[in-house]
Design a protein. Structure first.
Length: 495
């Protein structure tokens, strides 16, 4: 049985407790992953701290050279990484390759770190006095990442952190750890010195130690809202800078003038892609006016035709869920919604093929109301709810009343309506006729309300800002005649 080990100081290492890693398409136990002890985490942080002194002083040219080499290695190994994702997460191979591609985009952004770290300067703010503003790395920082994007979310974090001169400890999900370990190994192949990037696998023991460790200066997190809140509160209580991205209940508003075929295609793709295990998945379609019956019929027609099967099968459009327990939880929302008054248009009952995979079919619920559990909870599976609204104002009130604010989309042919939506909607990422508005790497990813704890989004300019801190340097080189004591408060007045 393969054991997925930690990556500390440039080599695999570790022993002790383990947890099983399964293939969601078969249910088979395919590997064991080490679960870090407090001592393992301390070892990783110590390796990062030791490497930080030299790496923080490395030239921008050195960092850029490593990142360019890393980008080429990721591109060369994207098929391999994609297969690791499919084997342990279950998503179809094309979706896994898309995940790797979006991660590579962030590395490409980080390759421009020399431009991104340029400071500012003001000359002659007072006679003979200049002021410069610079940004410097935090030191040792850590990332705690989720199961649903085992390669992409780590790549949102450590390339930018490392490019800024920090060293990094990554704690990926123990459910599908191999992809994260592989992208770390490739960073070493690109020339990154040992200890700059470390990976520890584990559970709450590892998370808590990272949150409490005095040598960890910053924490990046992506996961559910309850855990995001816990990470933020615990990390900040221990004096750390924290960005913690939480859950979502993303709404897609369809106005009466929208192209309903385009809207139906988008709802199905965004609601059921990756089996709904995306924080940017569309969970709720808000049908405005008299279009609901036609729109629901179009969504149902497409939903019934989806091919569910192993991610390794090229004909599969949607793979299994991550665990059997999660599959059963997701499937349980459908009969519950029926009991609470929703109309079950398409029902995808939990089931598995003969090999025991974690499969569930897609479900479509109509006439859902905000009081129902299917609407209130983050299901994180292929269950799409349709809520009917009489007007744009009613739809907007519904979206903005949600405790989450990760993403929101509107489908319309009206520029005026679209502009009003983008101004009024309370969400961090907005799509206009785009169902999954995940920003490109040179913008930043993050939500509002209970979808984000902290001030900074990830990657983009926000990522650079999060992984650095500002320093303002005021300089004067006085001539001998200006020497002497002056106890007055400094000002910019001419003397």
């Amino acid at each position: 049985m393969k054991t997925v080990e930690h990556w500390i100081g440039g080599k695999t290492t570790g022993s002790g407790r383990t947890a099983p890693v399964t293939d969601p398409a078969t249910g088979a136990h395919t590997a064991d992953v080490l679960l870090a002890s407090v001592e393992d985490v301390d070892l990783a942080v110590a390796a990062a701290r030791e490497a930080a002194a030299e790496w923080s002083r490395s030239s921008l040219a050195t960092r850029t050279r490593v990142l360019f080499a890393y980008r080429e290695l990721l591109d060369r190994h994207r098929e391999e990484i994609g297969k690791l994702i499919t084997a342990e997460h279950g998503k179809v191979h094309a979706d896994a390759l898309g995940e790797v591609a979006r991660g590579i985009e962030v590395v490409e952004f980080a390759c421009g770190i020399a431009q991104l770290l340029k400071g500012g300067a003001s000359h002659e703010v007072s006679t003979g006095v200049d002021v410069r503003e610079i940004r410097q790395p935090l030191g040792v920082v850590a990332g705690i990442t989720p199961f649903n994007f085992p390669a992409m979310v780590p790549l949102w974090m450590f390339p930018i952190a490392i490019a800024c001169g920090n060293t990094f400890v990554l704690k990926p999900s123990e459910k599908d750890p191999s992809a994260a370990l592989r992208v770390a190994e490739l960073m070493a192949d690109a020339g990154l010195p040992p200890g700059v990037l470390n990976v520890v696998h584990g559970d709450k023991t590892a998370v808590d130690r990272l949150l409490e460790h005095p040598d960890v200066a910053g924490i990046s997190f992506v996961g559910s809202t309850p855990i995001a809140r816990y990470v933020y509160e615990t990390g900040t209580r221990h004096g750390k800078r924290v960005q913690a991205l939480g859950g979502a209940k993303n709404h897609m508003v369809v106005l009466p003038d929208a192209d309903l075929d385009v809207a139906a295609d988008s709802a199905v793709s965004a609601g059921y892609g990756s089996a709904g295990e995306r924080c940017m998945a569309v969970s709720v379609v808000v049908a405005v006016g008299g279009i609901a019956d036609e729109l629901v019929a179009k969504i149902a027609e497409r939903a019934r035709s989806l091919q569910v099967g192993p991610g390794t099968d090229p004909s599969s459009e949607m793979g299994p869920l991550i665990t059997a327990q999660h599959r059963d939880r997701v499937a349980g929302y459908v009969p519950q919604a029926r009991e609470q008054g929703a109309e079950v248009v398409v029902e995808g009952a939990a089931g598995s093929p003969d090999d025991g995979g974690h499969f569930v079919g897609v479900s479509l619920l109509d006439r859902v109301t905000p009081e129902m559990d299917a609407y209130r909870d983050e299901i994180f599976g292929p269950v799409l709810s349709v809520v009917r609204a009489d007007s744009y104002a009613e739809a907007m009130q519904l979206v903005n009343a949600s405790p989450w604010g990760n993403g929101a989309a509107v489908f319309t042919a009206s520029g005026a309506a679209a502009r009003q939506f983008e101004q009024e909607v309370q969400a961090g990422m907005v799509g206009i006729n785009v169902p999954i508005p995940v920003p490109v790497a040179y913008h930043s990813f993050g939500g509002w309300k209970a979808s984000l704890f902290g001030d900074s989004h990830v990657y983009g300019a926000d990522g650079v800002h999060f992984y650095t801190r500002g320093k303002v340097v005021t300089t004067r080189w006085p001539a001998p005649a200006t020497r002497g004591l002056d106890l007055a408060f400094p000002s910019n007045a001419e003397s």
